[in-house]
Design a protein around this ligand. Structure first.
Ligand SMILES: C[S@@+](CC[C@H](N)C(=O)[O-])C[C@H]1O[C@@H](n2cnc3c(N)ncnc32)[C@H](O)[C@@H]1O
Length: 249
């Protein structure tokens, strides 16, 4: 049975951080890498989409102690854990969906999202990224670190699996259920380009690939870190054998 998105993560709160850091290949690289991409200026405003318990913020606050962070997440328990970890920090937490929560206009110096947006379609992401772009100050940027499907076939298959399971389980269309449906890098870029009103060449100005060969061929995903719709993209590789809806998230 698929679980509602927030319930899925709250049910796995115990051991969540160990799981992320020890099960996901490159996690010990991409959390610090992502944090290093965020602004270091004093009192900078950062928005975190799907902040969870704030693994990326552990690294970020170590680099910028005075940052003002707004975190949005569907899982109330994950947010409670985050709040406890960073009690002395300037943090605003919103328990809701980033598709619904207003972000405001020109409020943030940067936005970040780690391991959260691989549950959604390109069609869902375009209005989200458009809203996000409007919420960034001039010169602001967006760092995205996530999984990506290895091919269009894979992307389509995951999406069809989800639709099929939703149908079988008669799940409401109004709720998000946890099932990984990553886009290909190409489709992710298309969403960013449309929302960012920018040229592909500006997204891909610098490209550093760390691809390796994989053993788990049918689930060959990548991490991508995208800078503001302008700047370097870095791919982290990951091989995994995973059971959907199961214990890798
Ligand atoms: C795998 S966790 C990642 C958390 C954190 N960024 C990290 O890397 O440890 C994914 C998080 O995204 C949140 N999430 C998924 N869809 C969301 C949505 N539509 N709005 C807000 N949060 C969402 C989940 O509740 C979960 O806490």
């Amino acid at each position: 049975m698929l679980e509602k998105m927030g319930d899925f993560f709250d049910a796995r709160l115990d051991g969540y951080e160990d799981h992320q850091l020890s099960t996901i290949e490159s996690a010990r690289e991409f959390y610090p890498f992502t944090a290093k991409c965020l602004p270091t200026a004093e009192g900078t405003y950062v928005l975190d989409l799907g902040c969870g318990t704030g693994l990326e913020l552990d690294e970020f606050f170590a680099l910028n102690k005075t940052a003002k962070v707004t975190g949005i997440d569907l899982a109330a328990g994950m947010l409670d854990a985050l709040q406890k970890k960073f009690s002395g920090k300037d943090i605003t937490l919103i328990n809701g969906s980033y598709f619904e929560v207003p972000f405001g206009e020109e409020k943030f110096d940067a936005a970040v999202s780690v391991e959260s947006l691989h549950h959604f379609t390109k069609e869902e992401k375009i209005p989200l990224y458009t809203k996000l772009r409007a919420a960034l100050k001039s010169g602001g940027y967006f760092i995205l670190t996530d999984y990506f499907a290895n091919s269009e076939d894979e992307e389509t298959r995951f999406r069809q699996e989800l639709l099929q399971i939703r149908k079988e389980q008669k799940l409401s269309d109004d709720e998000f259920y946890h099932y990984d449906t990553p886009l290909t890098v190409e489709h992710e870029k298309e969403a960013l380009i449309v929302a960012g009103k920018c040229l592909e060449s500006s997204i891909l100005r610098t490209f550093l690939s760390l691809r390796k060969s994989f053993t788990a061929r049918w689930r060959r995903w990548f991490y991508l870190t995208n800078f503001r719709l302008i700047g370097p993209i870095r791919l982290f590789s990951r091989s995994l054998s995973m059971k959907q809806g199961g214990e890798v998230f």
